[in-house]
Ligand binder design. Structure first.
Ligand code: C5P
Length: 238
């Protein structure tokens, strides 16, 4: 994997035009983009096709959570769009994750395309201790995250989305080839916005993250290209 593919720029926009304008500004400096619910629900598969036609990699972050058959078939349909990375919620269970991985691999083979990486979300980073307790959970969040990461691996999926604070324990438990994709990245001196558990690019990589998801530090910067270049330099110096 080259260094550029470790940085995934979050296209958190509600229109394809705004998203593609940023893609144009970042040019060759960005190789990997994340399309979430907001953009996908407003532009459908078009945005994925556009990015792929432009030679970019795409993480389609739709966090599917349903019964095994429905979630797996949904991921199968997303596989046909040509995304490079897809995800489900680990709390959908072992069987759901296993079926999802199988259907994605079968569908990619049938279409003659490379199978996308399938990740699981362990516990949403927006859920703090109080909310966790309200949900009736007694196990500490960090233990649950680790257990769900191991379950993800047991199901045959390739990695997880996790906060940078959880990355080191997951890396230790799940080994060197497991993908750990971390949002909540903030270069030193940049606003943390609404993120609770943040890390600098260098410390997230040092903790074992394989990919960094970067949103507002680049998308809301006065000069997004300059902000991305600074961030890239910080990663390369790590
Ligand atoms: O703007 P910012 O860098 O905070 O964007 C982070 C991106 O990662 C957003 O698209 C957000 O939805 C996503 N994300 C997150 N925390 C998670 C999962 C996804 O911040 N646990």
């Amino acid at each position: 994997m080259n260094g550029k593919e470790k940085r995934i720029i979050a296209l958190d926009y509600s229109s394809q035009e705004e998203a593609l304008a940023l893609v144009g500004v970042l040019g060759e400096e960005a190789a990997y983009y994340k399309v979430g619910m907001e953009l996908f629900y407003s532009s459908g598969g078009d945005i994925v096709r556009h990015l792929k036609a432009d030679g970019k990699k795409v993480f389609l972050d739709l966090k599917l959570h349903d019964i095994p058959n429905t979630a797996a078939k949904g991921l199968g349909a997303l596989t046909r769009l040509g995304a490079d990375m897809l995800n489900v919620h680990a709390s959908g269970g072992l069987e759901m994750m296993r079926r999802a991985g199988e259907v994605v691999a079968e569908e990619a083979l049938r279409c003659g395309m490379q199978a996308p990486v399938v990740l699981a979300v362990t516990v949403l980073t927006s859920i703090g201790g109080d909310e966790w307790a309200r949900l009736g959970q007694v196990e500490p969040v960090n233990k649950a995250v680790l257990r769900l990461a191991q379950l993800t691996q047991e199901a045959g999926l390739q990695g997880v989305v996790a906060s940078p604070q959880e990355a080191a324990a997951i890396r230790q438990a799940c080994g060197k080839d497991f993908a750990i994709v971390t949002p909540g990245i903030r270069p030193a001196g940049v606003s943390v916005d609404d993120q609770q558990r943040v890390a600098t690019p260098a410390s997230a990589l040092a903790a074992g993250a394989s990919h960094l998801v970067i949103g507002r530090p680049v998308t809301k910067a006065e000069d997004p290209l300059a902000a991305l270049r600074r961030l890239a330099a910080e990663m390369e110096g790590a």
